[in-house]
Design a binder for this molecule. Structure first.
Ligand code: ADP
Ligand code: ZN
Length: 514
């Protein structure tokens, strides 16, 4: 296909003058009849890679997409641009299906979006002669290594067998190396060209804070961003509703969004958000896939995501217009414990747990966060980014040996039988029930850390956990226990370097994370 014709089609149907990096190369490979695996961050411009060829190729392009809720929007968008397109899924009547069959047979359609579960409905109508291209959107759903496994995707491998001469283009925003390989294997396109766009989104600032007094922090954050759209991701439906209600009570235009809401209601909320009638969406991860809103200025994670792929995809919804946008993640052990429980019942438990561990390490990092993220996605970076909280406010280290000795000997004396909250209370000499009813005021380390605030103790203990001196017994009420490394600090006078607690974490009375 001539470059001039590609460019004029781009202009005519999509209104753009130039291709983004990689788009041209991918489209050329599609026209050459090759299979392609496209890995581009959300907002990178994946759709055009199959929509533009679809317009110019002689037959129909089949688009497999897991998102029934979004098919209509995508098809409406294409139709509005003069591209004959339709979608097929289980929410339609047989009459509607019949209408689509007629249009396929008449060769009227350029693109047909199909949910993987509905592929068999259309199967008999697809013949090698009229099927020009097979696009698999959200291709990571095929892999249980990925973060969004859909069983219906696993049967898609048959497509290449049935249509060996039709090129396949698989697209995803999130794939680590293992997932990439798995996608190509399962789709039967082992020789596919791999196009991997840079995942670096420099305009997104990265920040992680301890999940202490979260609502207060969120409120302050939102208040300073009048009229700026943002998303608050939560782990549960209940918390989306709670936070939305509390924000509303403070006069902020916020709405909850989750899969438990009716279809109409969800459409309305999306619509209000996209058109700036709603400022804040408190959502479960059900929200955002495919939402085309370029001026989302911030994303907050009220809870920890279960892995870095999900996290990066979710924050990636901010700042698609390239303007500076903020992201904020609240770290909490309660979330980690919760997610570990989820993972324990999941397929590929060990993988999920390992990914969660990476997520946790990211949250607790004392080095440039973007480097950690990009390294995770296989982009090795040497330089610090300058746009994450660690770069802006690098931790200062000090000799924390004495602090470590106090903490470790306290845990030793509590016989590894108490969670972080009680350990801190004992260190600080608290006189509350939890301490007094067990006579902990008699413990030798009681009150030895009274001069350090509750919040700072929490931070130091987390660091000592990260440094491997303490472990959390997740299956025993999150009791803190000493590891073998702790001995060197307690008995062999090993020095411990700790990072100073940054000022920006809100001070807090003795309490656990929300
Ligand atoms: P993805 O599917 O990778 O998340 P989209 O295909 O939805 O990304 O594209 C993201 C945004 O970028 C859309 O608003 C799209 O219209 C725009 N876009 C895509 N390609 C180009 C281009 N070549 N020039 C300008 N804008 C583009
Ligand atoms: Zn950085």
């Amino acid at each position: 296909m001539k470059e001039a014709q590609l460019l004029s089609t781009l202009k005519e149907y999509f209104g753009y003058d130039t291709f983004r990096p990689l788009q041209k190369k991918i489209i050329d490979a599609v026209f050459a009849g090759e299979d392609n695996l496209v890995i581009m961050p959300t907002g990178g411009g994946k759709s055009i890679c199959y929509q533009l060829p679809a317009i110019l190729l002689p037959g129909i392009t089949l688009v497999v997409s897991p998102l029934i809720a979004l098919m209509k929007d995508q098809v409406d968008g294409l139709t509005a641009n003069g591209i004959p397109a339709a979608f097929l899924n289980s929410s339609q009547s047989s009459l509607e299906h019949q209408d689509i069959f007629t249009r396929v047979e008449a060769g009227e359609l350029k693109l047909l979006y199909v949910a993987p579960e509905s592929l068999q409905i259309i199967d008999r109508l697809l013949v090698p002669e009229n099927l020009s291209l097979i696009a698999i959107d959200e291709a990571h759903c095929i892999s249980s290594w990925g973060h969004d496994f859909r069983p219906a995707y696993t049967q898609l491998g048959y497509l290449k067998n049935r249509f060996p001469s039709t090129p396949v283009i698989a697209l995803t925003a999130t794939a680590d190396k293992a997932t990439r390989k798995d996608i190509a294997q399962q789709l039967n396109i082992p020789g596919a060209n791999k196009h991997i766009a840079s995942f670096d989104r420099k305009n997104l600032s990265l920040e992680v804070r301890q999940g202490i007094k979260k609502f207060e922090q969120i409120l302050n954050f939102v208040k300073t961003r009048k009229n700026e759209s943002g998303i608050i991701y939560c782990l549960s439906r209940k918390s989306t509703e709670e936070i939305a209600a509390r924000l509303k009570a403070k006069g902020i235009k916020a709405e909850a969004y989750h899969a438990g809401l009716g279809h109409e209601e969800r459409i309305k909320i999306q619509d209000d958000f996209i058109n700036d009638r709603q400022q804040v969406i408190c959502a479960t991860i059900a929200f955002g896939m495919g939402i085309d809103k370029s001026n989302i200025r911030w994303v907050i994670h009220h809870n920890m995501p279960k892995n870095l792929e999900g996290y990066y995809q979710e924050i990636g919804r901010a700042g698609r217009d390239g303007l500076p946008s903020q992201t904020l993640l609240f770290h909490s052990y309660a979330d980690v414990v919760q997610l570990q429980k989820f993972a324990a019942n999941a397929k590929n438990e060990q993988v999920q747990l390992a990914k969660l561990e990476r997520m946790k390490q990211y949250s607790e990092a004392v080095t440039c966060r973007r480097k950690i993220l990009l390294n995770y996605f296989g982009e090795l970076k040497q330089e610090d980014c300058g746009n994450c909280d660690i770069c802006k406010n690098p931790p200062q280290f000090f000799d924390g040996t004495l602090i470590a000795q106090k903490a470790l000997s306290c845990i030793y004396r509590l016989k590894g039988g108490e969670p972080i909250t009680i350990v801190i209370d004992v260190l600080r000499g608290a006189k509350n029930e939890g301490v007094l009813e067990k006579n902990y005021q008699k413990v030798k380390t009681y009150g030895v850390g009274a001069e350090i605030s509750w919040r700072d103790w929490q931070q130091y203990l987390i660091q000592l956990i990260n440094l491997g001196f303490i472990e959390i017994a997740f299956h025993h009420h999150n009791h803190l226990r000493l590891t073998t490394l702790a001995k060197q600090v307690l008995f062999e006078n090993q020095k411990v370097k700790l990072a100073k607690v940054p000022e920006k974490i809100l001070s807090t009375p003795a309490e656990t994370a929300e």
